[in-house]
Ligand binder design. Structure first.
Ligand SMILES: [Zn+2]
Ligand SMILES: [Zn+2]
Length: 263
């Protein structure tokens, strides 16, 4: 039997929201692509979940922010502060933060509060802002990045990461129903999609299981992972709601779940 080596390994670090939960940490997903480790969002609790995967903060090469709501970004401050301990010598590689337009200003305002406590040496931190008005792309060493604006906050973008072998994963961030997300996800191997609330509690700026399923079907993705579950989602049959609109492989995210592509 031949064993196919995965090109992308996805680990759900937090499948929850702003609501404190022992089962579902706030939003964060780790992708391992080639030898790079990428975080998508860093809600509160991300560093402790990372430790559960035997990953230190110093091994994270990239953080991609979908938007700046605290349940997606709040661990950035303690992440940067911990990077300075004891003297920044533990970080051997550059930390690159990728985010929609406005991130430089967001970070500057955080520095207005925390000052040098979160200031890394310039050589250790690189910031890349993606266009939050139109589709954008970026070619990095071990993978390519495509992004597109989605329906949530002005800075909100979704990302598609494609490995050198052509395997792709899309991370929606928070969004309402989005034609841009459908276009970005076209034929993707995996779509990690928010599904914040059950169908009958649809909240503007968010998706439900059947709306996420509709997006996955129209995009023709090969596998759908639903995540970002408010507590109301744990009271209903999310899978059944998603099956109204989507027949393909479906995973309901749980913290520390791993998915390999190809799997
Ligand atoms: Zn949000
Ligand atoms: Zn959110």
């Amino acid at each position: 039997m031949s064993v196919v080596k995965p090109e992308i390994t996805v680990t759900v670090l937090g499948s929850g929201t702003c609501v404190p939960s022992l089962e579902r940490s706030s939003c964060s997903v780790m992708l391992e692509v080639s030898n790079s480790r990428l975080l998508f969002d860093s809600g509160p609790g991300t560093m402790r979940r990372l430790l559960r995967t035997n990953t230190t903060i110093f091994e994270v090469d990239y953080i991609f922010y979908s938007h700046f709501h605290p349940d997606h970004s709040a661990e950035l401050v303690p992440f940067l502060f911990a990077t300075k301990y004891p003297d920044m010598s533990q970080r051997q590689t550059v930390l690159t933060i990728v985010a929609g337009g406005g991130f430089e200003d967001f970070l500057a305002r955080l520095k207005g509060v925390y000052g040098k406590w979160i200031d890394l040496d310039p050589g250790l931190l690189e910031i890349m802002e993606m266009n939050n008005q139109a589709a954008d792309s970026l070619r990095l060493k071990a993978f390519t990045v495509q992004s597109t604006p989605v329906e949530h906050n002005p800075e909100s973008i979704a990302y598609r990461i494609t490995s050198t072998g052509g395997y792709s994963t899309v991370y929606s961030g928070d969004t309402d129903y989005s034609e841009n997300l459908i276009a970005l996800s076209n034929g993707a191997d995996l779509l990690i999609c928010e599904s914040a609330l059950p169908d009958d509690l649809h909240l503007k700026g968010h998706l439900t299981p059947s709306l996420a399923g509709n997006i996955a079907t129209r995009a023709g993705v090969k596998k759908l992972v639903l995540t970002h579950f408010y507590p109301e989602c744990d009271q209903v049959d999310i899978e059944q709601e998603c099956r109204k609109t989507y027949n393909g492989p479906l995973v309901l995210a749980e913290d520390l779940m791993r998915i390999q592509i190809p799997g």
